[in-house]
Design a protein around this ligand. Structure first.
Ligand SMILES: O=P(O)(O)OC[C@H]1O[C@H](OP(=O)(O)OP(=O)(O)O)[C@H](O)[C@@H]1O
Ligand SMILES: NC(=O)CC[C@H](N)C(=O)O
Ligand code: SF4
Ligand SMILES: [Mg+2]
Length: 473
């Protein structure tokens, strides 16, 4: 242990983050299955473990394990009726990928039960944990999220609302959190709204989700995004909301739009799909090129390629067929096979590239593995020229807010110039979208752009060790 997980399992790129889903219906219904379908729609955000916590008003039941949503829950659990439930799909950022680290985290305290599901990453979890341990608290897991659970449980005698409010004052970083008590569903979004969270309605009740695509999956109606720094409390009295801090500023992670989120989701008023199309259009305006065909790298490069083609009038064509059975977690059995991984995932359609000058579009370059391999494959398939256009700025800095990024030294954009990257991947030309171009595509001013600019909404440590709480075990 001690290495980051992409070193352990061979995944060498930005990994997604977690997904949360919650429901409150007030009279007993089979809501575990609603959360199940919601989590299914959020599966792309985390594939390490899945879990659901449910309250009937008198009983509190938690089911969770490592694995995909479709593997973790059995039918008996999904048929249980309850009044409120929360669910989580995990991609670990602090604490290893183990069954005991699966969320929702759960605690029984003097006044009742509490469960918590977190998307994001706390940058001061080490300090808070140390203080709690000094005060005698015993931690059950090695993840950052547990500090919030313990802070709330310790303060719960003041009333749950006050306890949540006080707990959130103590932590720093990114969090979209759902909390379930015996009779309440609570949502909290950090003061910068770094990770997404939205509110919907269903059958006289409410739903909360990381992404709006999960509402569509269960027939819920989108109401609004949770505001940065907002706490929402739903119980039998209805819904109420208050602010965690006076000053808040929405700075959603720009990478949600570029790559992480599903294209059929809307986040903070922006269609993910449309933002990707516009990024392709902006990319053409900034870095046009003479070519015969535009092709996109499936999945997330496809939409920008369509945008580039629309703006340039160069025909869009399908250049690669993706193996359907490879998820975003595709793990190579041996590191020597890493280079082959791209060919197993993507195979070229020779007829569409042979003898052609190709513009190859992808959403991002992290280590450069995908691009290097694809250009080689295209040349072997007879492409005359390969011009690479990337629909986001050069990634040069790591992320501390709920995404597992390689160390800086492993980010090709951190150590090399655009020209050097172009040479290394073997492109005839290479251009990235500028930060200004990205902001035009997003059609708003304020986002977290930390991994492009090195300036983060919340000050972050130099390097965070994912396994910081596993050292002394
Ligand atoms: O420079 P690299 O380190 O190779 O990483 C960049 C690639 O990784 C991502 O795709 P990914 O294969 O994760 O998933 P996707 O099929 O959803 O696009 C991203 O869309 C790029 O294609
Ligand atoms: N990717 C995430 O949002 C992870 C949430 C939390 N930090 C964990 O490691 O479980
Ligand atoms: S640093 Fe990058 S990936 Fe991380 S939250 Fe900010 S924009 Fe998103
Ligand atoms: Mg990709």
């Amino acid at each position: 242990m001690g290495e980051w997980p992409y070193m352990l399992n061979g995944v060498d790129k930005f990994k997604e983050e977690c997904g949360v889903f919650g429901i409150y219906v007030n009279e007993e219904k089979t809501i575990a299955s609603s959360v199940y379908y919601g989590l299914f729609a959020l599966q792309h955000r985390g594939q390490e473990s899945a879990g659901i916590a449910l309250t009937t008003g008198s009983d509190f039941i938690v089911s969770k394990d490592v694995g995909l949503v479709s593997d973790v829950f059995d039918e008996d659990f999904l048929n249980i009726k309850g009044i409120a439930a929360i669910g989580h799909v995990r991609y670990s950022t602090t604490g290893g990928s183990r069954a005991e680290n699966a969320q929702p985290l759960f605690s029984k305290y003097k006044l009742g039960n509490i469960a918590i599901a977190h998307n994001g990453n706390l940058v001061n979890a080490d300090i808070v944990r140390e203080l709690l341990e000094d005060a005698g608290v015993i931690f059950q897991t090695t993840i950052d999220t547990e500090v919030v659970l313990n802070l709330i449980a310790r303060a719960a005698r003041k009333g749950i609302e006050r306890a949540v409010f006080d707990a959130m004052q103590a932590v720093k970083g990114s969090y979209s959190i759902l909390i379930l008590t015996d009779d309440k569903l609570i949502a909290v979004r950090d003061p910068h709204g770094i990770r997404p969270l939205c509110l919907g309605k269903i059958d006289g009740g409410y739903v909360l989700s990381s992404e709006s695509c999960a509402f569509d999956a269960i027939g819920a109606e989108f109401v609004r995004d949770v505001e940065p720094g907002e706490i929402i409390i739903i119980d039998k009295e209805g819904i109420k909301s208050f602010k965690l801090v006076e000053k808040t500023k929405l700075e959603t992670c720009a990478f949600e739009y570029i790559y992480f989120a599903r294209p059929d989701s809307f986040m903070d008023g922006i269609s993910v799909y449309e933002s990707r199309l516009r990024a392709g259009e902006e990319l053409f305006k900034e870095s046009s090129v003479d070519a015969d065909v535009v092709i996109g790298v499936p999945d997330s490069g496809t939409f920008a390629a369509v945008g580039f083609s629309n703006a340039s009038k160069i025909p869009y064509s399908i250049g690669f067929i993706k193996n359907k059975y490879i998820g975003r977690t595709f793990i190579e059995p041996k590191s020597q096979l890493r280079e082959r991984a791209v060919s197993i995932k993507l195979n070229p359609l020779k007829t569409n590239v042979e003898g052609k000058r190709v513009v190859l579009i992808d959403d991002s370059i992290v280590r450069g593995t995908t691009m290097r391999r694809l250009i080689d494959i295209l040349r072997k398939s007879g492409a005359k020229e390969v011009h690479v256009r990337i629909a986001s700025p050069k990634v040069a800095y790591p992320c501390y807010f709920g995404i597992d990024t390689p160390y800086r030294s492993q980010l090709i954009g951190a150590v090399k110039s655009v020209e050097e990257i172009g040479r290394e991947i073997g492109a005839d030309s290479l251009a990235f979208l500028s930060i200004e171009g990205l902001l035009k595509a997003l059609n708003k001013e304020s986002f977290c752009l930390g991994c492009f600019s090195g300036t983060y909404p919340v000050s972050a440590p130099l390097e965070i060790d994912k396994f910081q709480f596993e050292r002394n075990e």
